[in-house]
Design a protein around this ligand. Structure first.
Ligand code: ZN
Length: 189
């Protein structure tokens, strides 16, 4: 894994807005060193729930693997993303998941966005769903390690995958976030 693509996923921020991970318990995803990690800058993005567009949401944390001192890290930095964030995308995982649920119910992407009053342009959602379609085989093979695909009446591979996601993480509220947290990789890699 090169330093550019190295990243980790953590759970949602707690009440104190602190991200729930301890650097001491993590290894560098680039060089594997332990106890070399330091918090760097926080990653922020627009809060899609704030319709005035002024809200800022912490998307994650940059972390630096220190190459100073005796422990000898690699000097690279990487990102730890919150599970509900889709790295490199403005739409959050829960929003994508809501749209996918609507599609599973038989609606169109356009109808889903209008019905949900999504705070994103329709083209953005189209783009995201297209990206997701391009990655279905990787997603499904990962999911198959966790749970066999459920019997499905759907003929669209996208919708079959949505069902597979839901079956793989039945207790969660958002299967896209659960997927990222469980596999420690972005859904739309
Ligand atoms: Zn390192």
């Amino acid at each position: 894994m090169d330093a550019k693509s190295a990243q980790k996923i953590c759970g949602q921020p707690g009440r104190a807005r602190k991200l729930p991970f301890l650097l001491k318990q993590l290894c560098c995803p680039n060089c594997g060193a332990a106890e070399t990690l330091n918090r760097h800058s926080k990653l922020y993005g627009n809060d899609p729930a704030d319709r005035r567009g002024q809200g800022r949401l912490q998307r994650g944390q940059r972390v630096w693997c220190s190459d100073r001192g005796e422990r000898g890290g690699c000097g690279c930095s990487f990102s730890i993303f919150v599970a509900e964030v889709l790295p490199r995308h403005t739409v959050s995982g829960p929003w994508l998941w809501r749209v996918l649920q609507e599609l599973l119910g038989g609606g169109s992407t356009k109808a889903a966005c209008e019905g949900l009053q999504a705070p994103f342009p329709l083209e953005t959602i189209y783009h995201l769903v297209t990206r997701l379609r391009e990655r279905l085989s990787q997603i499904r093979s990962r999911l198959s390690c966790r749970c066999q695909p459920p019997a499905s009446a759907q003929s669209d591979p996208l919708l079959q995958t949505v069902e597979h996601l839901r079956a793989s993480f039945p207790k969660g509220l958002c299967s896209t976030a659960d997927y990222q947290l469980h596999f420690q990789m972005p859904l739309l890699e």
